[in-house]
Design a protein around this ligand. Structure first.
Ligand SMILES: [Zn+2]
Length: 460
């Protein structure tokens, strides 16, 4: 444990709030500044451009970015040594350049990076081996990415740093020895109340809701499953909320349709999702109509090959660790080029995103049932379920762990759930229901609906 963590843990909560704010102000220095302000203005203007003008801008940025990587990154210089990069004049020419996969990036990371460590902004990402990979970003790119996110929120009426937000994340803000039921800390730098995802238990939930009612956030962001936990509790207990947020912005988890509906029902506002990875992928954001659009200023998405949904990304905000035709592991389906949205923003529409984080279960004959479908199986359950997790250790067996509200749950509900699963998975799969006091969370603080330990299973 570092010195600061030790001081933090042993300080009173009031002082911990001050420390959270100080570190918030420090972080803001790499996130907000000249580049941020300029880019916010640019993005507001960019939204009004025609599609042709945007595509032309994207093309010019692409050419500039490839040239930059070639001149500044020893890795790309070698990779492109037999290629005339001047012959790449648009997206259709990108196929002349080799694909970069995660393993190549990890093995060569020191030669990919173009900037000194000092003064750079670190980003972390999980490599294929599960080891975290550190990518470096320039301050300018880091500010531009922040602007991209804030602009996406501003479109639906939320103004970052002037309005109050509640964030559910994996930060360790509650010291282990704490006795008070205070599972949040205030970061004044961003008008942000940070709620711990690690302490959301049935017994603690009332304190979270009390705090939210007192704080009255104008937006809620962070871990999707943590928000769903809170929303589920509010609905089960029929608690009156004393605020209506402008919007909810989940991050870093794949959304389920039923979870999204739950949040919108309970908080009485819309959920807006976005796609951008920690490696620095280009953005896909939902417009005020909740239609996902590609943010053409942020980079290029291509399909791996004809007929495949897997995408390659080229991201214009990765000057520190350039990503060109990077095989990020996610899949997307794009709408027909002629499709348009009534929001007025002219940008390609994404029909479906399948993140690599999307977990699945197997049927006994090896078919995959993804998390979205699994979560739907719980939809018809009476309102007594706190949390559920499906665990697969063997191909023909699924264990469903249930955390239930004992005052509301009736034994026959088990059968309803079992039937739902049997209908989806078939009689070849044994469904076992286990009632547990608490389903453990991941080390990151995230909650997983599916744990697939079956060989070859788990995450894509
Ligand atoms: Zn739209």
């Amino acid at each position: 444990m570092g010195f600061l963590e030790k001081v933090y843990d042993e300080s009173p909560i009031l002082f911990q709030n001050i420390m959270a704010s100080v570190s918030g102000y420090q972080r803001n220095m790499t996130r907000y500044g000249k580049f941020y302000d300029e880019y916010m203005k640019f993005l507001a203007d960019f939204d009004t451009w025609s599609l042709e003008r945007k595509l032309e801008y994207q093309r010019a940025e692409l050419i500039k970015f490839i040239r930059y990587a070639y001149e500044n990154s020893p890795f790309y210089q070698k990779l492109y040594k037999n290629i005339d990069i001047d012959s790449v004049k648009g997206i259709e020419d990108l196929k002349r350049l080799p694909i970069v996969d995660k393993e190549m990036l990890r093995e060569n990371i020191d030669r990919v990076i173009t900037i000194p460590h000092k003064g750079a902004v670190e980003g972390h990402t999980g490599g294929t081996t599960g080891k975290s990979l550190v990518v470096l970003n320039t301050i300018e790119d880091s500010m531009k990415r922040m602007a991209m996110l804030d602009h996406f929120k501003a479109r639906v009426g939320f103004e970052h740093r002037t309005m109050k937000r509640a964030t559910f994340n994996g930060k360790h803000i509650v010291p282990p020895q704490q006795k008070e039921n205070v599972f949040w800390r205030y970061n004044a730098a961003c008008k942000q109340m940070i709620y711990s995802s690690f302490h959301i238990t049935e017994n603690n939930m009332k304190y979270y809701v009390e705090s939210l009612n007192k704080y009255k956030p104008q937006a809620i962001d962070g871990f999707f499953m943590s928000m769903c936990d809170i929303a589920g509790y509010i609905e089960r207990r029929n608690i009156k909320l004393e605020f209506i947020p402008i919007a909810i912005f989940p991050t870093s988890e794949t959304l389920t349709q039923s979870g999204r509906e739950l949040l919108e029902r309970v908080f009485k506002c819309k959920v807006f999702d976005q796609y951008a990875s920690s490696e620095g992928a280009p953005f896909v954001t939902e417009c005020p109509n909740q239609t996902p659009h590609i943010e053409l200023a942020s980079g290029v998405f291509e399909h791996l090959e004809e007929g495949s949904d897997e995408v390659l990304v080229t991201s214009f905000t990765t000057h520190g660790t350039p990503l060109i035709r990077y095989r990020i592991g996610d899949s997307m389906k794009f709408a027909d080029k002629k499709a348009s949205c009534t929001c007025g923003i002219q940008a390609p529409i994404v029909l479906e995103i399948q993140g690599r984080r999307l977990d699945f279960l197997y049927t006994s004959d090896g078919a995959k049932i993804n998390a979205g479908n699994v979560s739907n199986l719980f939809k018809n359950m009476p309102n007594a379920l706190i949390r559920a997790q499906a665990v697969q250790d063997k191909i023909d067996e699924i264990i469903i762990k249930l955390e239930v509200d004992k005052t509301l749950y009736k034994p026959e509900y088990d059968k309803i759930l079992k039937d739902e699963f049997l209908h989806k998975f078939g009689i070849g799969t044994r469904i076992i229901i286990e009632h547990v006091d608490e389903i453990p969370r991941e080390k990151s603080g995230k909650f997983k609906l599916i744990v697939n330990n079956f060989r070859g299973g788990g995450q894509l």
